[in-house]
Design a protein around this ligand. Structure first.
Ligand code: CXF
Ligand code: ZN
Ligand code: ZN
Length: 370
């Protein structure tokens, strides 16, 4: 079949809207009509090369849609099912899945490279060129073929244009607070960067019972939104926050610091550790450039004050539990997805959507395909 996609043909190029051909789903695969896709910063990282990848590529990894056809051997999904994609596919059987860490699934790790599990591709340009899809999803297209291990069925009444956000940003941010940081009732939490992931981290910290939630972002709009999501204090910079976090916490500093900037910066790590309490934990959720290998950090104080630094992917969540769970929290009015979508765009407007994201105008922009 034919469909439309935004294709990236090279580093730092614009997204090109093209008609592509899509093969039918093979064994274990599913054809999905995508209804909406969030515009995450990681897709921009692919464009700039901060995340390594081959070109051409169809990016987009935060999507929701409706199953149109299933390949042989697919038993848990059928045409008409509403699904959200998890950006790390979860097989349920590998050592990581078996231990409950499906965000580190071996099959998902292989599919991160963009080819299907048999090493071939379903997406092709007009001239026949194979086009890999980001994390084997490719949600910047009106249809895609994905592995069944990437799909989580959700209830039909959930709005897909909001549900798409739990495929990456919301689960990543919420889980960064609830799982990776392990925010406990009464904790003091700093969230650095209020994009889609930071907004969800603030909400996770709030739902986990944090006392103070300090949001740091240079943009006034982001700081205003942070308060809607549950921040109790906002600051424009780490420098401004450092003394004030210390004062508000009576000299203890923050129990948990969650890094959710557009692009991480290793030279900031020592200042981030300064805001962190004894036995406190810094969670590195944001992507740093793959070429950045130096970090400013005194390991003496890490030892003497028993501080921790942990990384997290997908908020250390389990997509088959957390995606339906977070949609339930949305349904119950406890998780605010509505305010996380600042603007909606058509597929043809994707370059504008990313320009708006880089200009700091969006918590999340969402592409809607109908
Ligand atoms: C990224 C992590 C690297 C693969 C794509 C998704 N995480 C969040 O956007
Ligand atoms: Zn993402
Ligand atoms: Zn697995």
């Amino acid at each position: 079949m034919e469909t439309q996609a935004a294709v990236l043909w090279g580093q730092n190029q614009d997204w090109q809207i093209e008609t592509i051909t899509l093969d039918p789903p093979k064994a274990g695969e599913v054809l999905v009509r995508i209804v909406a896709s969030g515009m995450c910063h990681s897709d921009e990282h692919v464009r700039t090369g901060d995340l390594p990848g081959l070109f051409p590529i169809i990016a987009g990894h935060e999507g929701a849609g409706i199953v149109e056809e299933v390949g042989s051997g697919v038993e848990d999904l059928k045409a008409g099912d509403h699904v959200v994609f998890g950006f790390v596919a979860a097989c349920g059987k590998c050592p990581s899945c078996a231990r409950g860490h499906s965000n580190l699934c071996d099959v998902g790790g292989m599919l991160l490279m963009g080819a299907q599990s048999d090493g071939t591709y379903r997406h092709h340009a007009a001239d026949g060129t194979d086009i890999p899809t980001m994390v084997c999803l490719g949600t910047f297209a009106k249809h895609t073929v994905v592995n069944q291990a990437s799909c989580v069925k959700i209830l039909d009444h959930y709005p897909l244009e909001k549900a798409c956000l739990v495929g990456c940003g919301v689960t990543t941010g919420w889980g960064s607070a609830v799982y990776a940081a392990d925010v406990r009732p009464g904790d003091d939490v700093v969230v650095i960067g209020v994009g889609g992931i930071g907004a969800a981290a603030i909400q996770g910290a709030r739902l986990a019972g944090a006392e103070h939630i300090f949001a740091i972002d240079p943009l006034p709009f982001k700081r205003e939104m942070a308060v809607k999501f549950g921040a109790t204090h906002t600051y424009a910079s780490i420098e401004e926050a450092t003394a004030l976090v210390n004062e508000v916490t009576w000299g203890k500093n923050a129990d948990k610091v969650i890094c959710t900037m557009g692009v991480g910066d290793g030279s900031l790590m020592e200042s981030i550790m300064t805001m962190t309490a004894k036995r406190g934990r810094v969670v590195v959720t944001n992507i740093h450039s793959v070429n950045e290998t130096e970090v400013s950090l005194s390991l003496t104080w890490l030892t003497l004050m028993e501080k921790q630094i942990v990384g997290t992917i997908f908020g250390s969540g389990n997509m088959r539990y957390d995606i339906p769970h977070l949609m339930k929290l949305y349904d119950l009015g406890q998780l605010d997805l509505d305010n996380m979508v600042t603007n909606n765009y058509k597929l043809e407007e994707i370059n504008q959507g990313y320009a708006d994201m880089l200009a700091g105008k969006n918590i999340r922009g969402v592409l809607r395909y109908e």
